[in-house]
Design a protein around this ligand. Structure first.
Ligand code: NAP
Length: 279
């Protein structure tokens, strides 16, 4: 008996570089799921119409990447709590009742990579997040769910860090500051969620924030985004990692949402590291 192939994809602009078709292709093959997954280059002004067309013509689920994660909130007819907290959607799912559910799996992907893949303990640890953009907003609730001692958010534009810290203060101990006010006490975990690595820039935080026990994690990944991890290694951190694991884990979370099965991720991550030259 053969079941029909169901259609999934990723909307982005640009999207040619996306690793999602590769990742979901392996997940589908491994899990024996009849799934087709394609990348669609969709300009911002067409996003809403194209998303509605996709579902009206039988599409079952979409991943949403830059620059559409905020616009996708409007396309969703229902939101999960974590998507509402993030004010951004990276996964749309056509449910059995015909409603399109918006979810955000980025934070869960980060937490799974930190805790399961890297074996880090975040509970009662001091965490510093650099950047106060969309991805910081997306990961804050799941990260605070691990009950760190404090999450300090530092940003080039301090007001944005302060606003985010205030918006999430009900979920844990948060503080928003400019880079210069991060302090000289080493953090256990520093997450770079700025887009600075892509241009080779390093957020100017005090040297004392990194100690020999500090783990540094850059959400960016690949050969062209090594600036932060190289700098952290030279500053004497315990370990510096790029965010490829988060990418694979958020994809696994989406796949599970769509198909009801959780794919194995370790070999996918290993294959991707080889492919993009990631740390
Ligand atoms: P975003 O919303 O555009 O926010 C960018 C942030 O970077 C802002 O806080 C901005 O500060 C800061 N910034 C930009 N250039 C800087 C510089 N030269 N020096 C210091 N700070 C700078 O971007 P995003 O969506 O949060 O994405 C951030 C990074 O995460 C990107 O590299 C993206 O590729 C990566 N990411 C990875 C994954 C994954 O699965 N691994 C998932 C999502 C995102 P201001 O507020 O002062 O402008």
């Amino acid at each position: 008996m053969s079941s029909a192939v169901e259609l999934y994809g990723v909307f982005g602009h640009p999207v040619a570089h996306s690793l999602s078709p590769f990742i979901h292709g392996i997940f589908a093959r491994d899990c024996g799921e009849q799934v087709s997954y394609r990348a669609y280059d969709v300009a911002p002004e067409e996003f809403e119409e194209r998303a509605k067309e996709f579902f009206a013509s039988g599409g079952r689920g979409l991943n949403i990447t830059l620059p559409h994660k905020i616009a996708a909130v409007e396309v969703a007819q229902e939101l999960t709590a974590r998507a509402a907290h993030a004010a951004a959607v990276n996964t749309l799912t056509l449910q059995d009742d015909g409603m399109v559910l918006g979810d955000n799996t980025d934070g869960a992907g980060l937490v799974r990579d930190l805790c399961d893949n890297l074996g880090l303990v975040v509970t009662q640890r001091r965490v510093l997040i650099l950047g106060a953009g969309g991805s910081t907003r997306g990961v804050l609730a799941p990260l605070l769910g691990l009950e760190p001692a404090i999450v300090v958010i530092a940003n080039r534009t301090p007001e944005r860090a302060e606003a985010l810290a205030a918006a999430f203060a009900d979920l844990g101990v948060t503080q928003g500051v400019g880079f210069a006010y991060v302090g000289e006490t080493p953090f256990d975990l520093i997450i770079n969620a700025t887009s600075a690595s892509l241009s080779g820039d390093i957020p100017p935080i005090p040297a004392g924030a990194i100690g020999p026990e500090t783990v540094c994690y850059d959400l960016a990944y690949g050969r062209s985004a090594m600036a932060f991890v190289r700098w952290a290694q030279q500053a004497g951190c315990a370990r510096a990692v790029q965010g490829l694991g988060m990418l694979v884990e958020q994809a696994a979370e989406s796949f599970q949402l769509w198909r009801g099965v959780r794919p194995e991720t370790a070999h996918v991550l290993a294959a991707l590291k080889e492919r993009v030259g990631s740390l």
